[in-house]
Design a protein around this ligand. Structure first.
Ligand SMILES: [Zn+2]
Ligand SMILES: [Zn+2]
Ligand SMILES: [Zn+2]
Ligand SMILES: [Zn+2]
Length: 458
Protein backbone atom coordinates (compact mmCIF):
# COMPACT_ATOMS: atom_id res chain seq x y z
CA UNK A 1 0.00 0.00 0.00
CA UNK A 2 2.81 2.35 0.96
CA UNK A 3 4.64 1.42 -2.20
CA UNK A 4 1.61 2.11 -4.35
CA UNK A 5 1.12 5.48 -2.67
CA UNK A 6 4.75 6.35 -3.31
CA UNK A 7 4.39 5.43 -6.95
CA UNK A 8 1.35 7.70 -7.28
CA UNK A 9 3.28 10.59 -5.70
CA UNK A 10 6.17 10.02 -8.10
CA UNK A 11 3.82 9.90 -11.09
CA UNK A 12 2.17 13.13 -10.01
CA UNK A 13 5.48 14.93 -9.47
CA UNK A 14 7.17 13.93 -12.71
CA UNK A 15 5.31 16.38 -15.03
CA UNK A 16 5.65 19.23 -12.51
CA UNK A 17 9.28 19.23 -11.50
CA UNK A 18 11.19 16.92 -13.59
CA UNK A 19 11.20 18.62 -17.04
CA UNK A 20 14.84 19.23 -17.80
CA UNK A 21 15.84 22.12 -20.07
CA UNK A 22 16.00 21.14 -23.73
CA UNK A 23 17.86 22.96 -26.48
CA UNK A 24 19.08 22.77 -30.03
CA UNK A 25 20.03 24.61 -33.21
CA UNK A 26 17.52 26.99 -34.70
CA UNK A 27 19.84 28.29 -37.40
CA UNK A 28 23.48 28.15 -38.40
CA UNK A 29 24.34 30.28 -35.38
CA UNK A 30 20.94 30.47 -33.75
CA UNK A 31 19.79 28.40 -30.78
CA UNK A 32 16.55 27.47 -29.18
CA UNK A 33 15.91 26.30 -25.65
CA UNK A 34 12.97 25.49 -23.45
CA UNK A 35 13.56 26.21 -19.80
CA UNK A 36 12.25 24.16 -16.93
CA UNK A 37 9.49 26.69 -16.43
CA UNK A 38 8.38 26.48 -20.07
CA UNK A 39 9.97 29.53 -21.70
CA UNK A 40 10.91 28.93 -25.33
CA UNK A 41 13.88 31.23 -26.00
CA UNK A 42 15.32 31.96 -29.43
CA UNK A 43 18.89 33.19 -29.05
CA UNK A 44 22.20 33.47 -30.82
CA UNK A 45 22.73 35.09 -34.17
CA UNK A 46 20.12 35.32 -36.94
CA UNK A 47 18.88 34.09 -39.27
CA UNK A 48 16.67 31.24 -38.20
CA UNK A 49 16.43 28.23 -40.46
CA UNK A 50 13.84 28.57 -43.15
CA UNK A 51 12.47 25.59 -44.98
CA UNK A 52 11.34 25.09 -48.49
CA UNK A 53 7.61 24.68 -48.93
CA UNK A 54 8.18 21.14 -50.23
CA UNK A 55 10.53 20.20 -47.39
CA UNK A 56 9.33 17.78 -44.70
CA UNK A 57 10.27 20.32 -42.08
CA UNK A 58 8.25 23.13 -43.63
CA UNK A 59 5.45 22.76 -41.12
CA UNK A 60 7.62 21.65 -38.24
CA UNK A 61 10.11 23.16 -35.88
CA UNK A 62 12.23 21.15 -33.40
CA UNK A 63 10.29 22.66 -30.49
CA UNK A 64 6.90 21.59 -31.74
CA UNK A 65 7.04 18.29 -29.94
CA UNK A 66 7.35 20.17 -26.62
CA UNK A 67 4.10 22.02 -27.23
CA UNK A 68 2.70 20.89 -23.89
CA UNK A 69 5.61 22.44 -22.00
CA UNK A 70 5.86 25.81 -23.75
CA UNK A 71 3.95 28.55 -21.95
CA UNK A 72 5.77 31.59 -23.23
CA UNK A 73 8.10 32.67 -26.05
CA UNK A 74 11.06 35.06 -25.90
CA UNK A 75 12.96 36.03 -29.03
CA UNK A 76 16.27 37.69 -28.20
CA UNK A 77 17.50 40.91 -29.74
CA UNK A 78 18.86 40.93 -33.24
CA UNK A 79 16.38 38.66 -35.02
CA UNK A 80 14.71 40.30 -37.98
CA UNK A 81 12.56 37.63 -39.54
CA UNK A 82 10.20 35.14 -37.94
CA UNK A 83 9.88 32.51 -40.72
CA UNK A 84 6.69 30.84 -41.84
CA UNK A 85 5.08 28.53 -39.24
CA UNK A 86 7.70 29.62 -36.69
CA UNK A 87 5.47 29.24 -33.62
CA UNK A 88 2.59 27.52 -35.33
CA UNK A 89 0.25 25.57 -33.08
CA UNK A 90 1.87 26.34 -29.71
CA UNK A 91 -1.49 26.16 -28.05
CA UNK A 92 -0.33 26.68 -24.45
CA UNK A 93 1.59 29.87 -25.02
CA UNK A 94 0.07 32.78 -23.13
CA UNK A 95 2.72 35.44 -23.65
CA UNK A 96 5.21 36.41 -26.34
CA UNK A 97 8.14 38.84 -26.13
CA UNK A 98 9.54 40.02 -29.44
CA UNK A 99 12.57 42.33 -29.88
CA UNK A 100 12.39 45.71 -31.63
CA UNK A 101 14.61 44.31 -34.38
CA UNK A 102 11.78 42.18 -35.83
CA UNK A 103 10.63 43.41 -39.24
CA UNK A 104 8.84 40.46 -40.78
CA UNK A 105 6.41 38.05 -39.16
CA UNK A 106 5.98 35.19 -41.56
CA UNK A 107 3.14 33.12 -42.88
CA UNK A 108 1.09 31.44 -40.11
CA UNK A 109 3.86 32.27 -37.61
CA UNK A 110 1.48 32.27 -34.62
CA UNK A 111 -1.42 30.34 -36.13
CA UNK A 112 -3.25 28.30 -33.55
CA UNK A 113 -1.64 29.94 -30.49
CA UNK A 114 -5.05 29.60 -28.92
CA UNK A 115 -4.04 30.51 -25.36
CA UNK A 116 -2.42 33.80 -26.36
CA UNK A 117 -4.45 36.71 -25.00
CA UNK A 118 -2.25 39.60 -26.03
CA UNK A 119 0.90 40.37 -27.96
CA UNK A 120 2.95 43.51 -28.45
CA UNK A 121 3.91 43.71 -32.11
CA UNK A 122 7.13 45.79 -32.18
CA UNK A 123 7.24 49.15 -33.90
CA UNK A 124 9.30 48.37 -36.99
CA UNK A 125 7.36 45.37 -38.27
CA UNK A 126 6.69 45.95 -41.97
CA UNK A 127 3.87 43.57 -42.64
CA UNK A 128 1.80 40.85 -41.10
CA UNK A 129 1.68 37.88 -43.42
CA UNK A 130 -1.04 35.48 -44.42
CA UNK A 131 -2.67 33.61 -41.53
CA UNK A 132 -0.08 34.98 -39.03
CA UNK A 133 -2.48 35.05 -36.05
CA UNK A 134 -5.15 32.82 -37.53
CA UNK A 135 -6.98 30.84 -34.87
CA UNK A 136 -5.54 32.81 -31.94
CA UNK A 137 -8.97 32.45 -30.42
CA UNK A 138 -8.19 34.19 -27.13
CA UNK A 139 -6.36 37.14 -28.61
CA UNK A 140 -8.18 40.30 -27.59
CA UNK A 141 -7.88 43.91 -28.74
CA UNK A 142 -4.62 44.49 -30.53
CA UNK A 143 -2.58 47.53 -31.55
CA UNK A 144 -0.91 47.40 -34.95
CA UNK A 145 2.18 49.66 -35.04
CA UNK A 146 2.38 52.43 -37.60
CA UNK A 147 5.27 50.68 -39.35
CA UNK A 148 2.96 47.95 -40.67
CA UNK A 149 2.00 48.72 -44.26
CA UNK A 150 -0.46 45.92 -44.86
CA UNK A 151 -2.17 43.07 -43.05
CA UNK A 152 -2.49 40.06 -45.32
CA UNK A 153 -5.32 37.69 -45.98
CA UNK A 154 -6.52 35.66 -42.99
CA UNK A 155 -3.97 37.23 -40.66
CA UNK A 156 -6.58 37.48 -37.86
CA UNK A 157 -9.24 35.01 -39.03
CA UNK A 158 -10.92 32.83 -36.45
CA UNK A 159 -9.80 35.20 -33.65
CA UNK A 160 -13.18 35.12 -31.95
CA UNK A 161 -12.08 37.16 -28.91
CA UNK A 162 -10.82 39.97 -31.08
CA UNK A 163 -13.39 42.77 -31.14
CA UNK A 164 -11.21 45.76 -31.99
CA UNK A 165 -8.06 46.28 -33.93
CA UNK A 166 -6.33 49.63 -33.48
CA UNK A 167 -4.49 51.03 -36.49
CA UNK A 168 -2.91 54.40 -35.61
CA UNK A 169 -0.93 54.61 -38.84
CA UNK A 170 -1.86 54.25 -42.48
CA UNK A 171 -1.93 50.47 -42.39
CA UNK A 172 -4.25 48.80 -44.86
CA UNK A 173 -5.71 45.31 -44.93
CA UNK A 174 -7.38 42.99 -47.38
CA UNK A 175 -11.00 41.98 -47.30
CA UNK A 176 -10.72 38.82 -45.22
CA UNK A 177 -7.84 39.80 -42.95
CA UNK A 178 -10.38 39.79 -40.08
CA UNK A 179 -13.59 38.06 -39.16
CA UNK A 180 -16.76 40.02 -39.82
CA UNK A 181 -17.89 41.84 -36.70
CA UNK A 182 -14.53 43.33 -35.84
CA UNK A 183 -14.29 47.07 -35.27
CA UNK A 184 -11.51 48.90 -37.10
CA UNK A 185 -10.17 51.83 -35.01
CA UNK A 186 -8.20 54.22 -37.20
CA UNK A 187 -7.78 57.87 -38.08
CA UNK A 188 -10.29 59.59 -40.31
CA UNK A 189 -8.03 59.76 -43.34
CA UNK A 190 -6.46 56.30 -43.11
CA UNK A 191 -6.52 53.69 -45.84
CA UNK A 192 -7.94 51.27 -43.30
CA UNK A 193 -11.00 53.47 -42.83
CA UNK A 194 -11.70 53.35 -46.53
CA UNK A 195 -11.18 49.58 -46.52
CA UNK A 196 -13.43 49.12 -43.47
CA UNK A 197 -16.22 51.05 -45.21
CA UNK A 198 -15.66 49.12 -48.42
CA UNK A 199 -15.78 45.72 -46.71
CA UNK A 200 -18.71 46.61 -44.46
CA UNK A 201 -16.76 46.48 -41.19
CA UNK A 202 -17.50 48.67 -38.17
CA UNK A 203 -15.21 51.66 -37.82
CA UNK A 204 -14.32 53.95 -34.93
CA UNK A 205 -12.30 57.12 -34.87
CA UNK A 206 -8.71 57.00 -33.65
CA UNK A 207 -7.62 60.50 -32.59
CA UNK A 208 -9.66 63.47 -33.79
CA UNK A 209 -10.48 65.36 -36.94
CA UNK A 210 -8.29 68.37 -37.66
CA UNK A 211 -11.02 70.94 -38.13
CA UNK A 212 -10.44 74.17 -40.02
CA UNK A 213 -13.14 76.83 -40.04
CA UNK A 214 -14.33 77.93 -43.47
CA UNK A 215 -16.12 81.26 -43.59
CA UNK A 216 -19.68 81.57 -44.73
CA UNK A 217 -20.76 83.79 -47.60
CA UNK A 218 -23.76 86.05 -47.90
CA UNK A 219 -26.08 85.14 -50.76
CA UNK A 220 -26.52 87.49 -53.69
CA UNK A 221 -29.15 87.64 -56.40
CA UNK A 222 -26.81 85.51 -58.54
CA UNK A 223 -25.25 82.99 -56.16
CA UNK A 224 -26.52 81.29 -53.04
CA UNK A 225 -24.53 81.93 -49.87
CA UNK A 226 -23.50 79.40 -47.28
CA UNK A 227 -23.22 79.11 -43.51
CA UNK A 228 -19.73 78.82 -42.05
CA UNK A 229 -18.59 75.23 -41.67
CA UNK A 230 -15.62 73.23 -40.46
CA UNK A 231 -13.61 70.98 -42.74
CA UNK A 232 -11.24 68.26 -41.58
CA UNK A 233 -7.88 68.87 -43.23
CA UNK A 234 -7.19 65.13 -43.09
CA UNK A 235 -10.36 63.46 -44.36
CA UNK A 236 -12.06 66.57 -45.85
CA UNK A 237 -15.34 65.78 -44.15
CA UNK A 238 -17.61 68.77 -43.46
CA UNK A 239 -19.12 69.62 -40.09
CA UNK A 240 -21.63 72.24 -39.06
CA UNK A 241 -20.02 72.67 -35.63
CA UNK A 242 -16.52 73.38 -34.37
CA UNK A 243 -16.54 70.22 -32.27
CA UNK A 244 -16.95 68.01 -35.32
CA UNK A 245 -20.05 66.34 -33.92
CA UNK A 246 -22.48 67.06 -36.71
CA UNK A 247 -21.15 65.85 -40.03
CA UNK A 248 -22.81 67.30 -43.12
CA UNK A 249 -22.57 66.31 -46.76
CA UNK A 250 -21.99 69.85 -47.95
CA UNK A 251 -21.97 73.41 -46.57
CA UNK A 252 -25.48 74.58 -45.66
CA UNK A 253 -26.67 76.87 -48.44
CA UNK A 254 -28.47 80.18 -47.96
CA UNK A 255 -30.87 80.75 -50.86
CA UNK A 256 -30.39 83.39 -53.50
CA UNK A 257 -31.90 86.74 -52.52
CA UNK A 258 -34.09 89.06 -54.60
CA UNK A 259 -32.61 91.49 -57.05
CA UNK A 260 -31.99 95.05 -55.86
CA UNK A 261 -34.23 96.92 -58.26
CA UNK A 262 -33.22 100.46 -59.18
CA UNK A 263 -35.44 102.77 -61.23
CA UNK A 264 -33.72 104.43 -64.17
CA UNK A 265 -35.54 107.78 -64.46
CA UNK A 266 -36.84 109.10 -67.73
CA UNK A 267 -34.52 111.52 -69.52
CA UNK A 268 -36.60 113.93 -71.61
CA UNK A 269 -35.40 114.56 -75.15
CA UNK A 270 -34.50 118.13 -76.05
CA UNK A 271 -34.11 119.93 -79.36
CA UNK A 272 -30.37 119.08 -79.23
CA UNK A 273 -30.20 115.60 -77.61
CA UNK A 274 -32.18 112.35 -77.71
CA UNK A 275 -33.90 111.23 -74.49
CA UNK A 276 -34.55 107.92 -72.71
CA UNK A 277 -37.73 106.31 -71.45
CA UNK A 278 -37.90 105.27 -67.78
CA UNK A 279 -36.53 101.78 -67.00
CA UNK A 280 -35.28 99.57 -64.17
CA UNK A 281 -32.38 97.22 -63.45
CA UNK A 282 -30.66 95.31 -60.62
CA UNK A 283 -27.81 97.33 -59.14
CA UNK A 284 -25.99 94.14 -58.09
CA UNK A 285 -26.07 91.87 -61.14
CA UNK A 286 -27.06 94.54 -63.66
CA UNK A 287 -29.93 92.50 -65.00
CA UNK A 288 -32.29 94.82 -66.88
CA UNK A 289 -36.00 94.50 -66.09
CA UNK A 290 -37.33 97.38 -68.14
CA UNK A 291 -34.95 98.54 -70.84
CA UNK A 292 -34.67 102.25 -71.46
CA UNK A 293 -35.48 103.23 -75.02
CA UNK A 294 -34.13 106.20 -76.92
CA UNK A 295 -36.63 108.91 -77.71
CA UNK A 296 -36.16 111.21 -80.68
CA UNK A 297 -35.06 114.80 -80.39
CA UNK A 298 -37.95 117.27 -80.18
CA UNK A 299 -38.50 120.28 -82.43
CA UNK A 300 -36.94 123.63 -81.67
CA UNK A 301 -39.16 126.18 -79.96
CA UNK A 302 -38.95 129.12 -82.35
CA UNK A 303 -39.84 132.63 -81.42
CA UNK A 304 -39.81 135.88 -83.36
CA UNK A 305 -37.26 138.50 -82.44
CA UNK A 306 -38.71 141.87 -83.50
CA UNK A 307 -36.91 144.25 -85.74
CA UNK A 308 -34.78 146.89 -84.02
CA UNK A 309 -34.63 150.23 -85.80
CA UNK A 310 -31.28 151.83 -86.35
CA UNK A 311 -30.77 155.29 -84.82
CA UNK A 312 -28.10 157.95 -85.21
CA UNK A 313 -26.30 156.41 -82.24
CA UNK A 314 -26.82 152.68 -82.65
CA UNK A 315 -27.11 150.02 -85.35
CA UNK A 316 -30.43 148.30 -85.97
CA UNK A 317 -31.32 144.67 -86.75
CA UNK A 318 -33.88 143.01 -88.99
CA UNK A 319 -36.51 140.63 -87.64
CA UNK A 320 -35.17 137.15 -86.70
CA UNK A 321 -36.50 133.74 -85.61
CA UNK A 322 -34.66 131.94 -82.80
CA UNK A 323 -35.11 128.72 -80.72
CA UNK A 324 -35.44 130.06 -77.24
CA UNK A 325 -34.28 126.71 -75.78
CA UNK A 326 -30.99 126.15 -77.55
CA UNK A 327 -30.45 129.57 -79.12
CA UNK A 328 -30.33 128.28 -82.70
CA UNK A 329 -31.40 130.87 -85.28
CA UNK A 330 -33.90 129.77 -87.89
CA UNK A 331 -33.69 133.22 -89.49
CA UNK A 332 -30.70 135.20 -88.38
CA UNK A 333 -31.26 138.97 -88.23
CA UNK A 334 -29.14 141.23 -90.35
CA UNK A 335 -27.55 144.40 -89.08
CA UNK A 336 -28.93 147.68 -90.35
CA UNK A 337 -26.50 150.57 -90.31
CA UNK A 338 -26.75 153.56 -88.02
CA UNK A 339 -28.73 156.49 -89.36
CA UNK A 340 -27.11 159.89 -89.86
CA UNK A 341 -27.72 162.67 -87.36
CA UNK A 342 -30.57 165.13 -87.88
CA UNK A 343 -28.55 168.32 -87.86
CA UNK A 344 -30.08 171.62 -86.77
CA UNK A 345 -28.62 175.03 -85.96
CA UNK A 346 -28.31 175.67 -82.30
CA UNK A 347 -27.56 178.72 -80.20
CA UNK A 348 -25.12 178.54 -77.34
CA UNK A 349 -26.28 176.66 -74.27
CA UNK A 350 -24.79 177.66 -70.93
CA UNK A 351 -23.58 174.87 -68.70
CA UNK A 352 -25.29 174.45 -65.33
CA UNK A 353 -23.89 172.98 -62.19
CA UNK A 354 -24.73 169.49 -63.39
CA UNK A 355 -25.35 169.70 -67.17
CA UNK A 356 -22.89 170.39 -69.94
CA UNK A 357 -23.50 173.17 -72.38
CA UNK A 358 -21.99 174.16 -75.70
CA UNK A 359 -21.06 177.12 -77.82
CA UNK A 360 -23.19 178.24 -80.74
CA UNK A 361 -23.13 175.81 -83.70
CA UNK A 362 -25.01 172.73 -84.97
CA UNK A 363 -26.38 169.79 -83.02
CA UNK A 364 -28.33 166.55 -83.75
CA UNK A 365 -31.93 167.14 -82.78
CA UNK A 366 -32.36 163.42 -82.07
CA UNK A 367 -29.35 162.50 -79.95
CA UNK A 368 -28.08 165.95 -79.00
CA UNK A 369 -24.61 165.29 -80.42
CA UNK A 370 -22.66 168.47 -81.01
CA UNK A 371 -21.83 168.59 -84.69
CA UNK A 372 -20.31 172.10 -84.72
CA UNK A 373 -19.23 174.10 -81.66
CA UNK A 374 -17.42 173.22 -78.44
CA UNK A 375 -18.83 171.33 -75.51
CA UNK A 376 -18.57 173.13 -72.18
CA UNK A 377 -18.54 170.64 -69.29
CA UNK A 378 -20.91 170.99 -66.34
CA UNK A 379 -19.61 173.43 -63.73
CA UNK A 380 -19.18 170.59 -61.25
CA UNK A 381 -16.67 169.07 -63.63
CA UNK A 382 -14.59 172.23 -64.10
CA UNK A 383 -12.17 174.28 -62.06
CA UNK A 384 -14.40 177.37 -61.51
CA UNK A 385 -13.44 180.86 -60.26
CA UNK A 386 -16.47 182.18 -58.34
CA UNK A 387 -16.04 185.92 -57.61
CA UNK A 388 -17.67 187.16 -54.39
CA UNK A 389 -21.20 188.65 -54.61
CA UNK A 390 -19.97 191.99 -53.24
CA UNK A 391 -17.67 192.66 -56.25
CA UNK A 392 -18.71 195.79 -58.16
CA UNK A 393 -15.58 196.62 -60.05
CA UNK A 394 -12.95 194.29 -61.41
CA UNK A 395 -9.70 196.23 -61.65
CA UNK A 396 -7.34 196.20 -64.65
CA UNK A 397 -5.17 193.05 -64.84
CA UNK A 398 -6.90 191.61 -61.76
CA UNK A 399 -6.93 187.97 -62.98
CA UNK A 400 -4.38 187.99 -65.79
CA UNK A 401 -2.95 184.51 -66.44
CA UNK A 402 -5.18 182.74 -63.90
CA UNK A 403 -5.46 178.97 -64.35
CA UNK A 404 -9.15 178.00 -64.38
CA UNK A 405 -11.77 176.76 -66.84
CA UNK A 406 -14.77 178.84 -65.87
CA UNK A 407 -15.33 182.25 -64.27
CA UNK A 408 -18.61 183.23 -62.61
CA UNK A 409 -19.04 186.99 -62.14
CA UNK A 410 -21.84 187.79 -59.67
CA UNK A 411 -24.92 189.87 -60.51
CA UNK A 412 -24.25 193.34 -59.23
CA UNK A 413 -20.81 193.68 -60.74
CA UNK A 414 -20.72 196.76 -62.95
CA UNK A 415 -17.32 197.16 -64.54
CA UNK A 416 -14.57 194.90 -65.75
CA UNK A 417 -11.10 196.49 -66.09
CA UNK A 418 -8.57 196.44 -68.94
CA UNK A 419 -6.92 192.99 -69.44
CA UNK A 420 -8.77 191.82 -66.31
CA UNK A 421 -8.75 188.18 -67.56
CA UNK A 422 -6.05 188.43 -70.22
CA UNK A 423 -3.88 185.39 -70.92
CA UNK A 424 -6.25 182.87 -69.21
CA UNK A 425 -5.61 180.18 -71.80
CA UNK A 426 -7.66 177.43 -70.10
CA UNK A 427 -10.88 179.37 -69.68
CA UNK A 428 -13.83 177.91 -71.64
CA UNK A 429 -16.78 179.76 -70.08
CA UNK A 430 -17.34 183.16 -68.49
CA UNK A 431 -20.68 184.17 -67.00
CA UNK A 432 -21.12 187.91 -67.31
CA UNK A 433 -24.33 189.22 -65.70
CA UNK A 434 -26.48 191.95 -67.23
CA UNK A 435 -25.45 194.28 -64.40
CA UNK A 436 -22.07 194.71 -66.13
CA UNK A 437 -22.12 197.92 -68.08
CA UNK A 438 -18.48 198.20 -69.06
CA UNK A 439 -16.37 195.36 -70.46
CA UNK A 440 -13.48 196.39 -72.72
CA UNK A 441 -12.41 194.38 -75.82
CA UNK A 442 -9.11 193.44 -74.24
CA UNK A 443 -10.56 192.09 -71.00
CA UNK A 444 -10.15 188.53 -72.47
CA UNK A 445 -7.16 189.16 -74.76
CA UNK A 446 -4.81 186.22 -75.30
CA UNK A 447 -7.54 183.76 -74.12
CA UNK A 448 -8.92 180.75 -76.00
CA UNK A 449 -10.52 182.30 -79.14
CA UNK A 450 -13.57 180.01 -78.69
CA UNK A 451 -14.19 181.04 -75.07
CA UNK A 452 -17.97 181.20 -74.37
CA UNK A 453 -18.71 184.72 -73.02
CA UNK A 454 -22.21 184.29 -71.66
CA UNK A 455 -24.00 187.60 -71.45
CA UNK A 456 -27.39 185.94 -71.20
CA UNK A 457 -27.43 185.47 -67.47
CA UNK A 458 -28.86 187.75 -64.86
ZN1 LIG B 1 -11.13 63.96 -40.45
ZN1 LIG C 1 -29.48 91.05 -59.30
ZN1 LIG D 1 -33.64 124.42 -80.03
ZN1 LIG E 1 -28.05 162.13 -83.71
Amino acid sequence: MKKLFFCVIVLLLIPVCCYAEVRGKAGEKARWSISEDGVLTISGTPPLYTYDEYDDLYYERPWFKYNDRISSITVNKGFIDLPAYCFYGLSNVTSVSLPDSIKYIGYAAFEGCSSLTSIVIPQGVKWIDFLTFSGCSNLSDILIPESVGVIQQGAFERCRSLSKIILPGNTDFVEDSFDKGITIVSSCNSRSRASALEYGLKWEMYGTHDLVRQDGHEPTCVEPGNEPYWECSKCHAYFSDSDGENEIDAPVLIPIVDHTVVIDPEVPATCTATGLTAGSHCSVCHKVFVAQEVTEKIDHTYAFVPEVEATCYSEGASMGIICNVCGKWLVAPTVTPMKSHTIVDSGAVAPTETAAGHTEGKICSVCGAIIEGIEIPALCNMNVLYLPASVKHIEDYSFTGIDCQAIIIPFGCETIGEHAFADCASVLYVKIPSSVVSCPQNAFSECNPDVFLDFSAN
